[in-house]
Design a protein around this ligand. Structure first.
Ligand code: HEM
Length: 207
């Protein structure tokens, strides 16, 4: 069960960092928000996350464009049913293409652009209640690690952005390698330079 949580979280963080390196203005806005809310004297805590709406929007936008499980996991129908006028017999294996749903032009404006702002004035969430955005699936077989996974992604990304200055080393390739778990086709290579005092990384808060 925990193996299912490791790749999913790290791949999401890698995709977010790749998008931020391609969009330095968005990276700067996220770091400004962290500077204002957390500062450079301590690590980001879980309790800070609700005060970081721009970071939360970045994670949603990353999950829209780069869902780690693009077809979720296969489901099987338990009884005959009808979906949008199609008759689906019992025991049919069904895949839900959340990658395509995240790029559906009837739902999203500027669908190929990385625009965290689209979530700032919206109630759209990733917890399975809004079918436009289903990075964790929905219903009875939705991801049981949602709370842990989301918290990991928020906290790790926030700390990486707050503690380090990030620079591209060459061009960042955002193309993806399709698979059950979808990763970037070329691993992200970037330079991180510490921008907080070293003792902050020990986790011993000075504020
Ligand atoms: C960013 C983090 C994560 C993402 C995006 C994610 C996404 C998903 C998705 C899309 C599914 C399939 C849902 C469906 O088909 O309806 C799933 C299933 C699952 N996830 Fe996650 N997950 C994450 C983190 C975690 C963590 C942290 C754990 C465990 C500690 C975990 C454990 C599982 C398990 C066991 C299943 C299979 C559930 C079943 O078949 O009933 N996941 N996850």
């Amino acid at each position: 069960m925990f193996a299912a949580g490791i790749d999913t979280s790290t791949v999401t963080i890698e995709s977010a960092l790749a998008e931020l390196l391609v969009h330095p203005d968005i990276l700067q806005k996220a770091q400004n928000e962290l500077e204002a809310v957390v500062g450079s004297t301590r690590l980001v805590r879980e309790s800070d996350i609700p005060d970081l709406p721009y970071l939360i929007a970045i994670v949603k936008e990353t999950m829209r464009l780069h869902p780690v499980l693009p077809l979720m996991v296969p489901h099987t129908t338990m009884q005959d049913c009808e979906v949008s006028g199609y008759d689906i017999p019992r025991t049919t294996q069904a895949y839900v293409n959340v990658w395509a749903i995240g790029r559906d032009p009837t739902v999203w404006d500027d669908l190929l652009l990385f625009l965290p702002e689209r979530f700032l004035a919206s109630d759209l969430d990733v917890r399975g209640q809004h079918f436009e955005l289903l990075p964790f699936g929905s219903g009875r077989r939705a991801c049981p690690g949602l709370a842990l996974g989301l918290s990991n992604v928020h906290l790790m990304l926030a700390n990486l952005l707050n503690a380090f200055k990030w620079e591209k080393l060459g061009e960042v390739d955002l193309s993806e390698k399709f698979g059950i778990v979808m990763t970037l086709a070329s691993p992200l290579v970037a330079k991180a330079t510490l921008k907080v005092p070293t003792h902050v990384l020990d986790g011993k808060d000075s504020a």
